[in-house]
Design a protein. Structure first.
Length: 186
């Protein structure tokens, strides 16, 4: 795993993004419930997804299904102050929970938005990287449209995690990592 990801995990402890009721379980390498049928993802899976995403300092990142804000904060650390992370979440209470968690830790290069009917957040795009933390039945074309040429999308689709690269001409190349389980993307 990338050393920058190790540093991000140390700088952004998971316990700061968990409800009080499950904070004692922070050391378990498994998803933990954050309410509203959603989870804070398993740390090992998050680390793999961040590794596949290959975030560079200064990039603009879209975090779809931001939940408690943990992945948002990790992405903010990886992209640095020159970068920007746009977090989108469907559950209004989790939008506020994630926003408060990041504000409490002084993470300033993030913005949280309530997801609408369209996947992603087109007004702030296109994005260098897009991370999706919930499983889709297929890759939403809207997310491909919001990805910059030269960008990368990491998304769970059914029981696999797909890594999709868009080249400078808009052509796509896809890699599949099977054997994962996520809450559904709604």
């Amino acid at each position: 795993m990338d050393n920058a990801i190790d540093k991000a995990f140390r700088a952004v402890p998971r316990q700061n993004f968990l409800p009080e009721a499950v904070v004692d379980s922070v050391g378990l390498d498994r998803p933990l419930p954050i309410g509203f049928g959603q989870t804070n993802s398993q740390p090992t899976t998050v680390a793999m997804m961040l590794d596949w995403l290959a975030v560079e300092p200064g990039q603009t990142i879209l975090d779809v299904g931001s939940g408690s804000g943990w992945t948002t904060a990790l992405l903010a650390h990886l992209t640095g102050q020159a970068g920007k992370v746009i977090a989108v979440e469907i559950v209004p209470e989790l939008v506020e929970f994630g926003r408060q968690n990041c504000q409490r830790l002084g993470i300033g290069n993030v913005s949280f938005y309530q997801a609408g009917k369209q996947y992603g957040w087109p007004p702030a795009g296109p994005y260098d990287r897009i991370l999706v933390s919930a499983a889709s039945q297929a890759v939403p074309p809207e997310l491909i449209d919001q990805l910059k040429p030269g960008g990368r999308l990491v998304i769970p689709v059914q029981s696999s995690i797909l890594v999709i690269d868009k080249d400078t001409r808009g052509n796509l190349e896809q890699y599949e990592h099977p054997g994962f389980s996520f809450v559904p993307l709604v």
